[in-house]
Ligand binder design. Structure first.
Ligand code: TXA
Ligand code: MG
Length: 347
């Protein structure tokens, strides 16, 4: 398939992308979180092409993207709590799971009775969705099992020749996928995936905020994930990632010991790199205190690790879990397949 590379700030390219979607095609577009791989959400065949292009299991539902929060009524059944969340966080990095309307095909929702809706704030995403004039189903624009793309170049590497067009909108401002919530009562919701709309922010709008177990823990045998995507091994580099937690000096010593005699990588913060603790393949996430920088860097960092095929293991420092840090932590523990080492003072 021929893939056109377009400019997300060109009116002409946006119009072309909209026409491709209306004709049943696939278009990669930028959002403030990560790049999305879009198709007409009301066309079962167009949506089915997304799964083929990504190599994605077809029971993993897609998020439906809209240019205006008011349009959610066209694909799902909204509620006063939805309206409150929309006023507080849309357009922006929040996906809300609603009971679905019959017009949304099963290929989009993986056969579920619910649909996820999201209104991205990125100007190119807004212009693209307006040009499409219909709801757009879009997962992240990576090959299944690769990290989500935070730059157009990542999507080009994964999907060139598999999609009709890739719109370049520069690096994504957030770098991790949207927060996903499921509404469970008039003033209650469950967090299915942490993102840039934080638990702390959600609590200001909704009385009861529950964190789904799959956010922080590995699901046990036979346990069902509320968001089907959370059950898959995601974002995992080829080299196994091991997160090391404990007193800072003990973590530094442990990683130094374990990286001395074999080709290993280290994921650390700027402060540790600056101290020169580690030699070899050091990947930095930004400052220890800057969760925004860590969020922007993490997926790119995981892609860089995969480009160095020689690494046997990668050791990572534990990020802080407050605010946006919870999303960084969630993606990192998934990249590590939940492998964590807990050190005491004496280590
Ligand atoms: O920021 C984002 O959300 C990006 C951009 C492109 O908007 N999209 C994205 O899509 O991350 P994707 O497909 O990579 O992740 C969607 C997640 C999956 O874990 C999926 O299982 C869950 O959302 N999901 C979608 N619809 C759902 C539903 N009806 N019920 C529960 N989970 C749902
Ligand atoms: Mg994804």
């Amino acid at each position: 398939m021929e893939t056109i590379i377009g400019d997300g700030s060109s009116r002409q390219d946006i119009e072309k992308a909209g026409a491709l979607i209306r004709a049943g095609g696939l278009v990669v577009f930028p959002t403030e979180t990560v790049y999305g791989l879009g198709a007409n959400a009301l066309d079962a065949q167009a949506a089915a092409k997304i799964y083929a292009a990504k190599g994605r299991p077809s029971d993993n539902p897609l998020i439906v993207h809209l240019c205006d929060p008011k349009k959610a009524d066209e694909v799902g059944y909204t509620s006063p709590l939805y309206e409150k969340l929309a006023r507080a966080f849309m357009p922006g990095p929040l996906t809300v799971i609603l009971p679905k309307r019959a017009c949304v095909p099963d290929t989009v929702t993986g056969g579920l009775a619910t649909v996820g809706v999201r209104v991205p704030s990125h100007p190119a995403a807004q212009a693209f969705l307006a040009a499409c004039g219909l709801p757009v189903a879009a997962p992240s624009a990576n090959l299944s099992t690769k990290p989500s793309p935070t730059r157009a170049g990542h999507a080009v590497r994964d999907l060139f020749g598999r999609v009709d067009m890739i719109l370049d909108g520069g690096p994504c401002q957030i770098g991790l996928e949207s927060t996903i919530v499921k509404l469970t009562g008039p003033d209650a919701l469950t967090l299915l995936r942490p993102g840039a709309v934080t638990v702390e922010q959600l609590k200001e709008v909704c009385r009861q905020v529950t964190i789904d177990q799959a956010v922080l823990h590995k699901l046990g045998e036979g346990q069902r994930a509320e968001a089907p995507g959370m059950k898959y091994r995601h974002y995992a580099p080829e080299a196994p990632v091991i997160i090391v937690e404990g007193p800072h000096d003990a973590v530094v010593r442990y990683i130094q010991r374990h990286t001395a005699h074999q080709p290993c990588g280290v994921i650390c913060f700027d402060e540790d790199r600056d101290k020169g603790y580690f030699s070899g393949s050091v990947f930095t996430l930004g400052s220890r205190r800057d969760a925004g920088a860590q969020a922007r860097r993490l997926f790119e960092c995981l892609r860089e690790i995969d480009e160095q095929h020689s690494l046997e293991k990668v050791y990572a420092f534990m990020p802080d879990q407050k605010g946006l840090g919870l999303a960084v932590y969630n993606r990192l523990i998934k990249a590590a397949g939940f492998t964590m080492i807990q050190l005491g003072e004496e280590s």
